[in-house]
Design a protein around this ligand. Structure first.
Ligand SMILES: [Zn+2]
Length: 315
C-alpha cells in the first residue's frame, strides 16, 4: 500500500451542512462522507487536509461563525479519534507511524476574515498550514477565477501573504484569478495548487494553463491533481458533468510531466466537496486504485513521489 497526502477536502463543511439538514454524519463511519475515518484508513492516507470552507452565500458575520464552527468540529471531533494526529508542523508528516493518520487544517478562501488580520493569526495559531486568498468570488484579498473583473492581489492580500511567509504557511492558488495567480507566485515563499488540473487536457476555468503550470514548476511549487469530474474530462469539446476515468486523471499527470513537472505533482482529491466521481475513486477507501495506476504507468518511485514525497519538499 502506498500512503499518500491529500491537499484538499471539504469534509468539515460537509459534516456541518449535513447536520444542518438533520443528518447525524459521524466522521467515523457516515456513508454520507467520502472521507469518513474508516474510508481514510482503508485507502491508506498518511495525512489528510481538512479545509475550512465557507460558501459565499453566508453574510459577513455568519462567514466568521461558520469558519469557527469548522475549527471547533476539527478540534472536538476529528482530533478526538485515537488514530488521528494533529499536524501543526509539516515536517512531522514524515514521522506519522503506520497506525496513525495526520490531520491538517487548511483554509479555502479568506472571505471569512474580512479585513481582520488577527482573525487569520488566530486560524494560523489553530494550525492552518495551507491557505488560499479567495474561492471563486471576489473578496478583500483578490478576485476568484469566476469573477468577471479578474483583479490580482490587493494591498490587504499582500499583508496576508506576508503573514503566511512569516509563519511558514503555504499559499494555495487553486480558485484564484489568473492575475492573482501570478501575484501569489511572485510574492509567496511557498506555493501549491491544492486541487487543480491541466487546462490543455480539460478546458475548465478552474484548471491551469501551460504558462501557469510552468510558472509553478519554476517556483518549485506543487500541482495537486483533482478528481472533480468536470475538471478531469471533456466530452467532444463540451464540459463533462458525468463520470470520468482514472485514465483521464492520468492524462493530466502525463501532460504536467511533459512540461517538466515530474517532481511537482501530488494529489488533492476534493472529496466531500464533489457530487459525482471519477469511476473507481468514489471515496477515500478507493485511493489505492489511483496509486496502483500511477505505479503501473510510471513505476514505484514516481508513484511514491506523487503520493507524498514531492509535497514534503515544501515542508
Ligand atoms: Zn475548491
Amino acid at each position: 500500500m502506498i500512503r499518500y497526502f491529500d491537499a484538499h477536502s471539504d469534509t468539515l463543511s460537509r459534516i456541518l451542512r449535513l447536520r444542518a439538514s438533520g443528518e447525524h454524519a459521524d466522521f467515523k463511519d457516515s456513508e454520507l462522507l467520502n472521507n469518513n475515518l474508516n474510508n481514510l484508513i482503508a485507502g491508506g492516507v498518511k495525512c489528510q487536509s481538512f479545509a475550512i470552507f465557507v460558501p459565499p452565500y453566508y453574510d459577513q458575520e455568519d462567514q466568521w461563525n461558520f469558519a469557527l464552527k469548522q475549527v471547533n468540529l476539527f478540534k472536538t471531533e476529528i482530533l478526538s479519534h485515537p488514530e488521528i494526529v494533529h499536524i501543526t508542523d509539516l515536517k512531522r508528516i514524515d514521522e506519522i507511524p503506520d497506525d496513525k493518520i495526520g490531520a491538517l487544517l487548511t483554509l479555502e478562501g479568506c472571505t471569512a476574515i474580512a479585513r481582520d488580520l488577527w482573525k487569520l493569526e488566530l486560524l494560523i495559531s489553530e494550525g492552518v498550514k495551507i491557505l488560499s486568498l479567495v474561492w471563486n468570488e471576489e473578496n478583500s484579498c483578490a478576485d476568484g477565477i469566476m469573477s468577471a473583473r479578474g483583479a490580482g492581489v490587493s494591498d490587504f492580500g499582500k499583508e496576508v501573504i506576508n503573514l503566511c511567509n512569516k509563519n511558514n504557511v503555504i499559499m494555495d492558488v487553486s480558485h484564484i484569478s489568473v492575475n492573482g495567480f501570478y501575484d501569489v507566485v511572485k510574492l509567496a515563499d511557498k506555493v501549491i495548487a491544492s486541487h487543480s488540473n491541466a487546462k490543455v487536457i480539460c478546458h475548465h476555468p478552474r484548471n491551469l494553463d501551460d504558462n501557469q503550470i510552468k510558472a509553478l514548476i519554476e517556483k518549485g511549487g506543487i500541482i495537486h491533481n483533482v478528481f472533480t469530474p468536470p475538471f478531469v474530462a471533456e466530452y467532444e469539446g463540451e464540459r463533462f458533468y458525468g463520470t470520468a476515468s482514472i485514465d483521464d486523471v492520468i492524462k493530466h499527470v502525463k501532460h504536467i510531466i511533459s512540461l517538466g513537472g515530474i517532481n511537482n505533482l501530488a494529489i488533492g482529491t476534493d472529496f466531500d466537496g464533489i457530487e459525482n466521481y471519477v469511476t473507481g475513486l468514489e471515496n477515500s477507501s478507493k485511493m489505492q486504485n489511483y496509486l496502483t495506476a500511477l505505479q503501473d504507468e510510471f513505476g514505484d518511485q514516481i508513484a511514491q513521489n506523487i503520493a507524498i514525497n514531492n509535497f514534503m519538499k515544501l515542508a
